[in-house]
Design a protein around this ligand. Structure first.
Ligand code: B12
Ligand code: SF4
Ligand code: SF4
Length: 388
């Protein structure tokens, strides 16, 4: 039998796939750029519930993110790539060391994924001539998971991440929106069925089990906030200082894909995945820029990492952390860090920790920090009523 000739669009799609793989994409698929009403409704419902409160997304954002034409007038196709960042698990963690999520312990993925996308976009320009393209990887209002799912790149799990067949969910996404009409791929017909392991693994109850998330409870969001971490959620953070992998680590398709390892995303340094919390608590702006500017942890500032280190030290319940926390409480220039150090000292609750709280209570002027100190002391009052 003689194979029918490929149309120009199909030939171009095949070239795009080849170039994408050569450039470093682990998987590539194409979606129609038609506005998705289902995506709009899901996003708008999530924002109306307040799930993404910390991100300020609203119905207008939902309308833009579900319509590629909002970022590129005349958009016809969305080329979606997945870049695996699965890497071998780091060595066992040591006491007084925190935990950084898989996605942030190496070179900033935005840079790498953008490089791949730019190469594909150049190819499209070269081959197709007058087409317009727009690149997206966290940088444009586009529901990246939804378009990747509609391209058949994978399916959205109850942990809300896109799971790619044989790669699992440890994949970054990136898209090229183009005015070129390319033959779209077919969406997968897969769902989680009765599995709910990710829901059980989530320590904060962020996952509802209906493919939605209350992101205000997600550790990934909490560790990136620039204001305080709500007191009732601090214990659930455990030793995470940036991001969280627990729901994905519990996910069977992701576990099955463990053998896939992309060395481009291996930890920068031994302490990249498990940094010393005492060192992190003392991190100042200059060292922060040198150490973290080239990672996905390099955009919220040093004080956020010091705050997260304080919480993780409090959760470690190790008295060896008390001297460093006492120094942070009395000298850190940022009230948010002093406040969380007070919380951590209260959680450890050793005589030295409680003494540090008493000493600072006598001189602290910031009302927020005074409130944190008082709350930390309060917890111990029934045990030591004569102390104060
Ligand atoms: C804001 C944001 C966050 C927030 C909110 C996360 C969230 N789940 O919404 C926080 C800070 C918590 C976060 C955390 C993480 N993020 Co984030 N994040 C984003 C960002 C910038 C916007 C996401 C957004 O609009 N959320 C709003 C919700 C309502 O929409 P959504 O999750 O995109 O998709 C929903 C709809 O598409 C809808 N949907 C639409 N059609 C359909 C059809 C069906 C059948 C179903 C079931 C659902 C469905 O369901 C989806 C799930 O709720 C995207 C980049 C982008 N522009 O898309 C990256 C992105 C989603 N994040 C990413 C990553 C890697 C992470 C983390 C894994 C990092 C980490 N280890 O800490 C965690 C995962 C936490 C989790 N369980 O979701 C990747 C996800 C890759 C993947 N495989 O899915 C993205 C795509 C960045 C990228 N370019 O690679 N993130
Ligand atoms: S990333 Fe962590 S906190 Fe967020 S939903 Fe997954 S398990 Fe829960
Ligand atoms: S753990 Fe189970 S329920 Fe959660 S995303 Fe993975 S397959 Fe789906």
């Amino acid at each position: 039998m003689i194979a029918p000739p490929l149309s120009d669009a199909a030939r171009l799609a095949a070239t795009i796939r080849r170039v994408a793989r050569e450039a470093g994409a682990t998987a590539v698929a194409i979606a129609d750029a038609t506005r998705s009403i289902e995506t709009f409704e899901r996003l708008a419902a999530s924002f109306a519930r307040g799930d993404l409160q910390t991100w300020g997304y609203d119905a207008a954002y939902a309308a833009r993110a579900s319509d590629p034409a909002a970022i590129l007038p005349g958009a016809r196709s969305v080329v979606c790539v997945a870049v695996s960042y699965a890497t071998r698990a780091p060595a066992r963690r040591a006491p007084l060391h925190g935990r950084v999520s898989n996605y942030a312990w190496s070179a900033d993925y935005h840079v790498r994924v953008r490089g791949i996308l730019e190469r594909i976009a150049h190819e499209i320009d070269d081959v197709a001539g007058t087409t317009a393209t727009r690149i997206a990887c966290d940088t444009a209002p586009l529901a990246e998971r939804a378009f990747a799912a509609s391209a058949g790149l994978g399916w959205i799990g109850k942990h809300t991440n896109l799971i790619a067949p044989s790669l699992g969910s440890f994949v970054f996404l990136g898209e090229i929106v183009t005015t070129l009409a390319l033959p779209p791929d077919i969406p997968l017909r897969t769902s989680c069925g009765s599995c709910a392991r990710c829901v059980a693994a989530c320590p904060t109850g962020a996952l509802r089990g209906d493919y939605t998330i209350d992101a205000t409870r997600c550790i990934s969001d909490l560790t990136q906030r620039t204001d305080g971490i709500p007191r009732p959620l601090r214990v659930a953070l455990g030793d995470w200082v940036w991001g969280c992998d627990l729901c994905q680590a519990a996910c069977p398709p992701t576990q099955l894909a463990r053998s896939v390892a992309n060395d481009a995303f291996a930890p920068f340094a031994a302490d990249g995945a498990a940094p010393s919390l005492v060192a992190l608590l003392a991190l100042r702006s200059g060292a922060y820029k040198r150490r973290y500017r080239t990672t996905a942890m390099g955009w919220r500032g040093a004080a956020v990492l010091r705050r997260n280190a304080a919480v993780a030290l409090g959760n470690g319940l190790d008295r060896a952390a008390v001297p460093a926390l006492a120094v942070a409480l009395s000298t850190d220039p940022h009230p948010m860090v002093r406040g969380h150090a007070a919380w951590a000292l209260g959680r450890i609750g050793s005589p030295r920790a409680l003494a540090a709280l008493d000493e600072r209570a006598a001189v602290e002027r910031n009302a927020g920090v005074r409130g944190e100190i008082a709350a930390a002391q309060e917890a111990w009052k029934p045990l030591f009523p004569v102390r104060r």
